[in-house]
Ligand binder design. Sequence first.
Ligand code: 41L
Length: 331
Amino acid sequence: DRGSVQNSPKLYDVEYLMPVSLGTPSQQLNLDLDTGSSDLWVFSTLLKESMVNGQTLYNPNASTTSDKMEGYTWKITYGDQSYSSGDVYIDTVTIGDLTVSTQAVEAAKVVSEEFTADSDNDGLVGLGFGIINTVQPYKQKTFFEKAMPGLDSPVFTADLKAGAPGRYNFGYIDDDAYSGNITYVPVNSTDGFWRWVSPGFQVGSAGSFNSTRIHGIADTGTTLLLLPDSVCDAFYSQIASAEYEPSQGGYTFECGDPTVPDFYFGTANGQMIRIPGSYMSYSKTDTGSSRCFGGMQSDSGVGFTIWGDVALKAAFVVFDQGSEQLGWAEK
Ligand SMILES: O=C(Cc1ccccc1)Nn1cnc2ccccc21
């Protein structure tokens, strides 16, 4: 079996949403595929109206195939301190023609203001490892873990694009979606993330390669590229107008600055993925400002590097849960 679904970026590529069908008759919601967490949760009719702001709500009572898991609850807090919680139903879930008939659907009863404010986002499909699923008293498998046994190959791929729709594929690798070879690196799933080690980085096409092991996670649910301070300093020192602005919460530079270099990160066997300098102009710092907030920021508040959408949209990425490895290719 296999599946394929288009993903669509929101403004500034802050997140990528995909259509997902839940229940019978099907209810279509737009969800954020998130390899940095492992709960599938949705805005639902269980929420107070004050927490809803245009989102489409999953109504378990309108689904003939939903079963309430009595006594089961969930509560998740993300790295940016946003959170949600609620009850658990078993129902059928379809993503891109791939159906899981007994998926744990976590129906929100409470969501934090960040989620309420994000009116296009109806919830998340966590595709980290199930070990960090938050359902109590017994954690639940992710959509991919439930689908995996029936797939042609135990992989899913992420093809995120800058300012354009991309695609998530399940169960196969589309050889027309990338160029050159896919280079694989080992993954450590102990803490539930797609955690891997990059051998180093290079700033600019004429720069030298800095051999320094960078421990981090591949996370489609994080917008930016969060890297060690030493790497950020090496990058922003090459941009004439760059400054670290505590008031803005990070590095900024003049949006049109022509000195913004490309950034390369190593994967394995000498392969490097090139992130175009244009991806580093994340967003204007304030309305009417000429300064841009950098797409690369410090990971010092996190404790490990996060290869978020700014990095992932420069590559074709294979999440191979069968052999716990990540595949990287240019495109
Ligand atoms: O929370 C983060 C980024 C982050 C910020 C600070 C420290 C550690 C990590 N990403 N993320 C990953 N999945 C998410 C889902 C919702 C909100 C944010 C999400």
